[in-house]
Each structure stands twice: as C-alpha cells, then as structure tokens.
Ligand binder design. Sequence first.
Ligand SMILES: NC(=O)c1ccc[n+]([C@@H]2O[C@H](COP(=O)([O-])OP(=O)(O)OC[C@H]3O[C@@H](n4cnc5c(N)ncnc54)[C@H](OP(=O)(O)O)[C@@H]3O)[C@@H](O)[C@H]2O)c1
Length: 356
Amino acid sequence: MIVELVALLLIAGGLFEMYKRNGSRIKLVESTRHAINYQVSNVMGIAADIINKRKNHLGLVKPLYGKVAIVTGGSRGMGAEVVKSLYLAGVHVIIAVRDIEAGEKFKEKVKSESVKTADRSMVVMKLDVSSMKSVKKFSDEVKKLHPEIHILVNNAGVLFADFKLTEDGFESQLATNYLGHFYLTHLLMDNLKRAGENSKECARIVNVSSCIHYCSEIWFDDINMEKCHDPVGGYARSKLAQLMSTRHLTRILKAEKAPVKCYAVHPGLVATDMFYKTPMFKNLGWMGKILKSPEAGSVSILYCCISPELENRGGAYISNCQEGWSTSFSKNEEHQNRLHDLTCQMLKIKSFGILE
Ligand SMILES: NC(=O)c1ccc[n+]([C@@H]2O[C@H](COP(=O)([O-])OP(=O)(O)OC[C@H]3O[C@@H](n4cnc5c(N)ncnc54)[C@H](OP(=O)(O)O)[C@@H]3O)[C@@H](O)[C@H]2O)c1
C-alpha cells in the first residue's frame, strides 16, 4: 500500500513537472507516457539498489601501474569518484572536462588528500563532449601524448535538458550523452586496440547508461526529436542509444577478434547534482536520503573498468556489479544495426574505428 502510494505521488509529481514545462513541441500523450515510465523506472531502480546493496562491491583492487584512463565529466559526481579510485590504483588518469579551472581545482584537492607516490598521476584536459569539433581536438591531443589508452569511461552526461540543437545540429542530450562519446570511441579505437595488444588484459570502454533506458525507444525517423520533444524522453533515448551501441560495438570487436571490450553500466539511482534537478527530488526531497552516494554509484562503473570477472563478458549491461535487466528493444540486433548506421551517417563516419 505504501509503495503504491509513493509510486502514485511520484507519477503525479512527474506529470505536474511535465505540465509546467509543456510547450508547443511537446505532445502530451508522449510526455505522460515518459513521465509514468520514468517514475516506474525510478521506483524499480531504487528497490533494486536496496535489494542488491551487498552485491555492489568491487573486491580487492590490484595496482594498475602503467595504464592510461580517460574519464569524461571527471571532476564532479560519479566521474570524480571514478577518477579518484583509478588514480589511487596507479592509473594515469586524464580528467576530460569542459571547465578546466574546476578540473584543476578538483585534481589539486585529490592530490592534497592522498599520499603522493611516483606511480600516481593525472592531468586535466579540455573536452566539451556535445561539440564534435571539441571531441576531435581532444582526441588529437590525447593521441599525441598516449599511443595506448587502456580504459575509456564515457561518463559525462546531462539530464532533462529542454529542446536545443547543438552547433552540429544535434539534439543536445543525444549529442552529449551519446553522439559525442560514440565519436570519441571511434577516434580512439586504434589507441584502445594497441593498449589491448600490448597488455595481458583487453582495453575497456565503459558507457555509463541508465535503467531509464526502459522509458523509451529510438525514433529512427525523428532521431533529433524535432517533431516531438520532451526532456525525459530525450534523456531516456540517449541512454538507450548508449546501451544499444555497446552491444553493437561488442559484435564488431568480436568479429575482428580485437583485444577491446565494451560494457554498459547503470550506476544506480545516485544523489549527485544531476539527481537534484529531477522532479522526483523537487517534489519529494527526502527521497535523496535513500539513494546511493556518488561513491557507491561509482562502484559498478569501476567494476566495468577493472574487474577480472568481466574480462570475457564484453557487451554486458552491469547494475550493482551483476547483469542488469534491459529491454527487448535494446537487445534487438536489427535496431542496433540501424542505430549504428544512422549514427555513422550523422557523424560522417565511413567505417567505424577506421580513420582516413
Ligand atoms: N545520478 C544518477 O542517479 C544516475 C543514474 C543513472 C545514470 N547516470 C549517469 O551517470 C553519469 C554521471 O552522472 P552524475 O550523476 O555523476 O552527474 P553530475 O554530477 O551532474 O555529473 C555530470 C558530469 O558530466 C559533465 N558534463 C556535462 N555536460 C558535458 C559536456 N558537454 N562536456 C563535458 N562534460 C560534460 C559535467 O561537467 P560540468 O561540471 O562541466 O557540468 C559533470 O562532470 C551520467 O552519464 C548520467 O546520465 C546517473
């Protein structure tokens, strides 16, 4: 009874938020469907986090000296926790951020709080993942410095942005959460493969997706949602695209026998700045207290970055350090192929992972 009441309150809160935001682009039926699915995903996600709390752990982290990792959006939220843990394990971490000053401040704080050793290092580099020009510039600079990239964490994200097209003409949430990371992965593929070839373990790509992918499907004939946009649907679609592309890329890598593995992860429902913007928090602030901390949220992401248990499980969708539940749409290979082709066309990529 209490669970049903909370779910009803959450749905009502989401609908009210949608009603306030309702503009000419929004078709109320779609928005309502997304709002309901979103609140159901939240309730299910929180319940799963509570039930699986004990499974959300990493085990012993062995030193990872000599490895190079990139974490996008690495100066705040879960990205910052991932950076800290990799840095402490001896990985050279590239903190990829759009605000260099904030990145440097975070870096100095982490350094001042930890014991300095010769094996620990990190740098801050500029990356606005919503701009394909910035992604290209960032990857060019990284490649000059590092022929081998062992871990790429596609973590940066925005949530519930109103409709806006980026300088490249892409819907902003799709561009930030999905397209920019897809392009970055394409540009760094040679460096990832080289790292895998020269190491005992495969290189890893970790796409930080979400259980919210459940809320939506990809609209292939309106990928930018120009005919019908709502912030929840836009976010859900971008996270679904990340998950589908993880599975598609896994098939490409397997066919090539490439020493690179790709994973998608739902970190849990986590009390970060991102969450504080949601209707759920605005209407039911106390819910923040039962969410995961950013540190607990980073555990499943780190598990995908380093756990030996996943070495032969490319394409896994991880939640609380175990296989998570995902929709049949996300598993459909035809949909995955179609999304891949459409994405390459949008980004003018002739052959994924191959640079002319
Ligand atoms: N929190 C949750 O409950 C939850 C649940 C499922 C999945 N996720 C996913 O987890 C990931 C991390 O989220 P979080 O909760 O840690 O959020 P957060 O605290 O809001 O952090 C988001 C990070 O992304 C960066 N970012 C945003 N737009 C960017 C851009 N254009 N270029 C480069 N960096 C950009 C932000 O940098 P600035 O400092 O420059 O803004 C920030 O570092 C996201 O992909 C999110 O979708 C979160």
